[in-house]
Structures are given as structure tokens and as C-alpha cells.
Design a protein around this ligand. Structure first.
Ligand SMILES: CC(C)(COP(=O)(O)OP(=O)(O)OC[C@H]1O[C@@H](n2cnc3c(N)ncnc32)[C@H](O)[C@@H]1OP(=O)(O)O)[C@@H](O)C(=O)NCCC(=O)NCCS
Length: 155
């Protein structure tokens, strides 16, 4: 599946918000067990308005779009090297989208002179992060009712 990665724009914001919500509900069942009490708090801030705020915020948001201009993935990084969003459309999973998005955000971190990237992983994504070079730090954090293991990668 051909796709391109670029900085996200306001035009994509609504589609990104829909993608974030679908990806959480449909792909992260190992994390929330289809329990609305677990996933509703997670979905709460995934609105078009917040995506617009993140796009103009201090970090960077990259989106992947397919040949029909449909958004198939999104990643967001903070200026100090934390990956705070990394979600792929359920329609585009395991086609290399997130790998490319992670490359883009790591490039952004390197351009800022950072030497490592950090993130708190869902259970769903742990295998993926290991496959792209991240290792567990041993730290476990509770994020909106979900246990997340922290991962780090030297850049
Ligand atoms: C985790 C996620 C972002 C991965 O995105 P993706 O675009 O499907 O991943 P890619 O296609 O870029 O990479 C696939 C890699 O994941 C790994 N992988 C993990 N689980 C896999 C599975 N069940 N089947 C195949 N590959 C799997 C493979 O090692 C593969 O690496 P390879 O290409 O070297 O074989 C995506 O599944 C997702 O959006 N999950 C839900 C949201 C989420 O949990 N986000 C993380 C928040 S911290």
C-alpha cells in the first residue's frame, strides 16, 4: 500500500481524530478488554479541536496518507523526545505505516540534537516497539486507567 508521510495539517484534523478513536476501540482490545469504562477516558481528548491544538503546538505531528489522500496513521512527538501518539488505521495495519511514522518522528528528535526517544506503550504496541529498536526501561505508569510500560531507544 503506497503512502506518504508529511506534517499534519488542519485539513486532516477531523480525519485524524476519527482514526485515533477507531484505532483505540478496534485495535487496543488487549488494553481495554472492550470495557467502555476503560476506553472512554482514553477517547475523551481525541477530538478535532485537540488535534488542531496539537498540530500548532510545540511538538510535531506527522500523518501518513494513502494515494486517495485518506489518513492511515498519525504520530506526535514532544520537543524533548517523547512519542505521545502513534496510531494506525485498522484498515492499514501491518503495512509499514507506523514504522515510517516512527522514522519521521525520530528524525525530528535527531534534528533537535536529542540522543534518545522515550514512550509509554500500550500492551498492543509492545511487540511493534521492540521490532523498531525500543527496549523497556522497567518503569510502569498508569495512564487513564491503563498500565503502560516505558520504552526507550538511543537515536
Ligand atoms: C502498534 C501500531 C502503531 C503498529 O503500526 P503498524 O503500521 O501496524 O506497524 P508496521 O506495519 O509499521 O510494523 C509492523 C511491525 O510490527 C510488528 N508486529 C507486532 N505485532 C504484529 C502482528 N500481530 N503481526 C505482524 N506484525 C506485528 C512486526 O514485527 C512488524 O515488524 P516487521 O515489519 O519488521 O515484521 C498499530 O498496530 C496500532 O495503531 N495499534 C493501536 C494503537 C496503539 O497501540 N498505539 C501505540 C500507542 S503507545
Amino acid at each position: 500500500m503506497p503512502f506518504t508521510i508529511s506534517s499534519a495539517t488542519f485539513t486532516d484534523a477531523e480525519e485524524i481524530a476519527v482514526l485515533l478513536r477507531r484505532s483505540i476501540v478496534e485495535l487496543c482490545q488487549d488494553d481495554h478488554g472492550n470495557d467502555p469504562e476503560k476506553y472512554e477516558p482514553w477517547l475523551k481528548n481525541k477530538t478535532t479541536e485537540n488535534v488542531e491544538r496539537w498540530i500548532v503546538g510545540p511538538g510535531r505531528v506527522f500523518s501518513a496518507v494513502d494515494e486517495r489522500r485518506k489518513v492511515v496513521g498519525v504520530v506526535m512527538g514532544t520537543p524533548d523526545g517523547e512519542v505521545v501518539l502513534n496510531y494506525v488505521s485498522p484498515d492499514a495495519r501491518f503495512s509499514g505505516v507506523s514504522k515510517m511514522l516512527m522514522n519521521a518522528i525520530e528524525e525530528y528528535f535527531r534534528d533537535r540534537g536529542l540522543t534518545s526517544a522515550v514512550l509509554n506503550s500500550t500492551c498492543t504496541a509492545e511487540r511493534f516497539y521492540r521490532s523498531v529498536g525500543y527496549a523497556e526501561t522497567g518503569r510502569v505508569e498508569l495512564h487513564r486507567e491503563l498500565m503502560c510500560r516505558q520504552f526507550r531507544k538511543a537515536l
